[in-house]
Design a protein around this ligand. Structure first.
Ligand SMILES: [Cu+2]
Length: 336
């Protein structure tokens, strides 16, 4: 699998197309998490009622600012970018795409290669999570949609039909205009007022349902899981962690290794994006926080201090209780 990605990247370099996925300021692709569960045991006192519209039990997907990037006629592939917004109270996933203008359509993420240059590959997990009451931005140097084996020329002004397939919302078809550069953002006509609280120009981070997984005393590392919610109108990034209970703290992601087993590694881009009006779930088999070189025993009942460092929101310190299993989600205490 990895060889295949390297092969793809190599081909694109030959075609001079790598620029379509490169960026001078490597932006970590937001790591989509699988299906956020209902908020878990810890109540979020700051959860605005506006984020939990009554009687909305389906995702509400809208696509804004879609554009395709002009690329040389002889380049085999082109790239599409857009913002996918979900104003529903349930998460959805972008699982596939298709276009009469492309041989195949793939969902890609950008990542930093060991030599420091940017590469791209199929998105981790094969789908892009669109969180409830949140949005995902597909942009140059981040997540994007690849048009493999172009059937039309990607030159400014051309419109390419594109159908996106969502797990719950089904197919959404749009026309994507090819441009030389990203369009200047304009006020979004469909942006609900509820999602843009006045005078909120900072992320609002809360951490819910944090727990650590019991692990053998002799195991050198332990793992922490939680849901990180951002009720602000600006995205933030989890960039580091520290704990008196750990030699070092690392941000990890799980991934499927070529032989099909699951491995883990430092998160792509070195940070976990917490989207505006969205949330990221750190859970078993997905994103997680590793406690390397444990200084305390990870047995049920033990509480481990943990400080998370956010790019914009600074440090948040919490106590994480060790448990044998993930806490059972309970109904959100938010009044109906
Ligand atoms: Cu790990």
């Amino acid at each position: 699998m990895f060889k295949r990605f390297l092969g793809l990247v190599a081909i694109l370099i030959v075609l001079g197309l790598l620029a379509a996925c490169a960026s001078p300021t490597p932006t970590p692709a937001p790591s989509p998490t699988p299906k956020p569960a209902a908020p878990t045991s810890v109540a979020s006192p700051t959860k605005p009622a506006a984020l939990t519209p009554a009687a909305s039990s389906a995702p509400q997907i809208t696509i804004e600012g879609a554009w395709g990037r002009q690329s040389p006629k002889m380049a085999a592939a082109g790239a599409f970018y857009m913002t996918i917004r979900n104003t529903g109270a349930v998460a959805d996933k972008l699982i596939a795409g298709k276009s009469a203008g492309c041989g195949t359509v793939e969902l890609h993420e950008s990542y930093k290669m060991p030599d420091g240059t940017m590469g791209m590959r199929l998105v981790t997990g094969g789908a892009i999570e669109i969180p409830a009451n949140g949005q995902v931005e597909l942009k140059v140097g981040g997540l994007h949609i690849m048009c493999i084996d172009k059937k039309v020329e990607f030159k400014a002004g051309v419109k390419v039909p594109l159908t996106l397939v969502f797990e719950k919302s089904g197919e959404k078809t749009l026309e994507v205009e090819i441009r030389e550069l990203a369009p200047t953002p304009v006020a979004s006509p469909t942006k609900p007022a509820a999602l843009t609280p006045a005078a909120s120009s900072a992320p609002q981070i809360t951490i819910e349902g944090a727990w650590g997984r019991q692990s053998p005393k002799m195991a050198a590392a332990g793992a922490f899981y939680m849901t990180i919610r951002n009720t602000g109108a600006v995205a933030d990034k989890l960039i580091a962690g520290k704990s008196a209970g750990c030699g070092t703290v690392e941000l990890h992601e799980s991934y499927k290794m070529p032989d099909g087993t699951m491995g883990m590694r430092l998160v792509t881009g070195g940070a976990i994006e917490i989207p505006a009006n969205g949330q990221v779930e750190l859970k078993v088999g997905g994103l997680h926080i590793m406690c390397i070189d444990k200084k305390v025993e990870f047995k049920a009942g033990v509480k481990v201090p943990l400080t998370l460092v956010f790019e914009k929101s600074g440090e948040k310190t919490l106590e994480v209780e060790i448990r044998e299993l993930a806490p059972t989600p309970v109904a959100s205490p938010t009044p109906k």
